[in-house]
Design a binder for this molecule. Structure first.
Ligand code: WT7
Length: 646
């Protein structure tokens, strides 16, 4: 994405009249929230069912540790399921689930409630209590949602690890979270073949302490190793349980889940979300941003539940709003490149939410593919994960949305829990490439290094100036790191880690991360984490990793490595070995696009690697300022060694 294409973008798309006339929210929400932010969020909270209403909307007496809806009690799973069944909607479909091989399952709200109660009873039988952590490492199958809600129902804290992460990544997360039970499957289907999960769990659990049970869903029928006593089949333990479970109500601040995300160090951060405020904001934003009509829409977030997008907008937001959703297990190109469009046609999807990297992939495959399907059911499109460049925006608008569907570009983070900056489809005139304006009740600014507000198109840093209901409460087990990472830079403002600028119309343009975090296909990966994996390989002495812009994935990972004295540079073979090593260590998503073996790395006099210069090289740019280098000939040495760009 080039900044120039953003800067020259001047089209604006007003809301379609029919949508605006019937939209769930109109312009008044901005006024209401501006008049009284807390009262606004309180009315959003009243869309949920509380066993006891709160005494105080926000307790901010000990910043940055927020407490929302203090004194309130609710059950998150009850809000997602029971209350809809009790209101007579038990027969409504909650999920049209489709496996990659084409097998399907339809779960109504009544079915899902029964399954969740059975799983909750099973977890209780296994000794799981409120506050205990349960790791979930599953493919995109209904049991992933069922497990999450079963935890929520009994007050256990779920910690979902994306199925594409390695045994190492799983082990460190299990240890950090102190999980006692792991829920997994024999495997899942990816790219037309079964892909095993259980071996990674066996490996991970053998390196951790405290895991008492591994609950295994049978999905692919692959052979699995079995540890008697520890391992249990889901179909043995869960299926036999009663579908009755009377839920307990928990404090609004009861922990709901931990989700690990990459930071600027090699150790991922366990982002902690709690119950009442989180559910309030994800439910309200899901309803307002997507104009969700529970009786008419078929909603699809095409993402994995292993990421926050899945937590907030496949599971909690849609279920709290009684949405009918599509859930798909596999990849977009299996068995053919029209699979997603086929699913839209088959289920009559009205709202599609996905990431720019997928849109750019579809662009590469060509417009003939979506043109081969009936996509006329679509009425609204969403985007998340990185800035959507105007070219991709236009393609999505025209070739998927038929020129009639608004595109809501939503800026948010694992830490924010829910949408923070985005247009509202019945209100905002859309400007492609910008996430536009803070959601009602959210205070965002662009500031300079000293914290002074910028609103004249100059580049600065994005900050959030007031606490919000679905904000992270801390980093699991590390309050100091929470304060340091997000609140120490400006003291009283949340530092998001994104560069941004605000134009004269008040639109916010996101310009990518300003820290050592890469964004690859909408996934956050830390440069330091990849570097420490590389230096963990016996041949590598030193490594520097940068994110270089990539036409499809947003950024691609480019690594520069210095070999140990005794290591032999076997060229391609070594590079392949190193790539495989990182993929195994962290996960395939962290596999470098390119690895260059070099003699030296550019460093400042204080020994800091100058990633900026390496990025110039990785992106084939003229080198920037090299005057702070200890040895400016280093850059020429690196350039001389470069292979042709990929
Ligand atoms: C980072 C958060 C939000 C769920 C998926 C990613 C980038 C996210 C946008 C957007 C520009 C975006 C930011 C942010 N980002 N959405 N609409 N426009 N940038 O969650 O892994 O926590 O990553 O993704 O850089 O800080 P995440």
């Amino acid at each position: 994405m080039s900044e120039t294409s953003q800067a020259t973008e001047s089209r604006s798309y007003p809301p379609p009249e029919d949508l605006a006339a019937q939209a769930n929210v109109g312009p008044e929400v901005y006024e209401e929230a501006a008049r009284d932010r807390l009262a606004f969020w309180e009315s959003a909270a009243r869309r949920l069912t509380w066993e006891r209403e709160w005494d105080t909307a926000l307790d901010w007496t000990n910043p940055p540790f927020a407490k929302w809806f203090v004194g309130g009690k609710l059950n998150v799973a009850y809000n997602c399921l029971d209350r809809h069944v009790e209101a007579g909607h038990g027969d409504q479909v909650a999920y049209h689930w489709e496996g990659e091989p084409g097998d399907t399952r339809t779960l109504t709200y009544a079915d899902l409630k029964d399954e969740v109660c059975r799983a909750a009873n099973a977890l209780l039988e296994l000794g799981v209590q409120a506050g205990d952590r349960v790791a979930i490492y599953l493919p995109m199958i209904p049991e992933a949602v069922i497990s999450m809600l079963a935890c929520a129902r009994i007050g256990a804290v779920h910690m979902v690890v994306f199925g594409g992460f390695s045994a190492d990544a799983l082990a460190s997360r299990i240890t950090d979270a102190g999980a006692q039970v792991v829920i997994t499957a024999d495997g899942g289907y990816r790219r037309g073949a079964p892909s095993a999960l259980k071996p990674a769990v066996d490996d991970a659990v053998s390196r951790t302490e405290g895991v008492r049970h591994v609950l295994v869903v049978k999905r692919t029928e692959q052979d699995v190793e079995w540890s008697e006593g520890r391992d249990l089949w889901w179909h043995d333990v869960v299926t036999k349980q009663s579908a009755e479970h009377t839920c307990e109500f928990f404090d609004a601040e009861h922990p709901l889940y931990i989700m690990y995300t990459s930071g600027t160090t090699a150790k991922p951060k366990g982002i902690l979300h709690t119950s009442g405020g989180y559910l309030t904001q994800v439910a309200y934003t899901h309803w307002a941003t997507f104009d969700l009509k529970p009786d008419r829409d078929v909603y699809w977030t095409a993402a994995d539940v292993g990421w926050v997008t899945g937590h907030s907008y496949i599971v909690y937001g849609p279920l709290a709003n009684r949405a009918t959703s599509v859930m798909y297990e596999g990849t977009p190109e299996t068995p053919h490149r029209g699979r997603w469009f086929e699913l839209i046609q088959k289920y009559g999807v009205t709202i599609l939410y996905t990431a720019p990297t997928v849109i750019r992939t579809f662009m590469k495959w060509g417009e003939d593919i979506p043109a081969g399907f009936d996509l006329s059911s679509l009425r609204l499109l969403g985007s998340v994960g990185e800035p959507i460049n105007p070219e991709a925006w236009s393609w999505y608008h025209q070739h998927v949305g038929g020129g009639r569907c608004p595109i809501v570009d939503t800026w948010w983070q694992t830490e924010t829990g829910g949408h923070m900056i985005n247009p509202l489809p019945g209100v905002t005139s859309l400007v492609p490439g910008s996430a536009q304006v803070p959601f009602p009740g959210i205070s965002a600014k662009v500031v300079d290094d000293e914290g002074n507000e910028l609103s004249d198109d100059s580049t600065g840093l994005l900050v959030l100036t007031e606490p919000w209901p679905s904000m992270l409460r801390t980093i699991w087990g590390d309050d100091d790191r929470y304060v340091d990472t997000y609140w120490s830079r400006f003291g009283n403002m949340y530092f998001a880690g994104d560069g941004a600028k605000k134009d004269a119309d008040g639109n916010i343009w996101l310009l990518g991360r300003v820290d050592d975090v890469m964004n690859v296909s909408g996934h956050r990966i830390s440069t330091t984490e990849v570097e420490s994996s590389l230096v963990g390989h016996p041949t590598v002495a030193e490594a520097a990793v940068v994110g270089a812009s990539d036409p499809t994935t947003g950024q691609g990972i480019v690594a520069f490595v210095i070999l140990r004295g005794n290591a032999e540079d076997s060229g391609d073979e070594l590079v392949q070995q190193l790539k495989t090593h990182v993929a195994k260590d962290i996960g395939p998503i962290a596999k470098p696009r390119q690895i260059m073996v070099v003699q030296e790395l550019p460093k400042t006099r204080s020994g800091k690697i100058m990633r900026r210069l390496l990025r110039d090289i990785a992106e084939n740019r003229e080198l920037g300022d090299v005057t702070t280098l200890t040895d400016s000939s280093v850059m020429n040495m690196i350039k001389d060694k470069l292979p042709a760009a990929p």
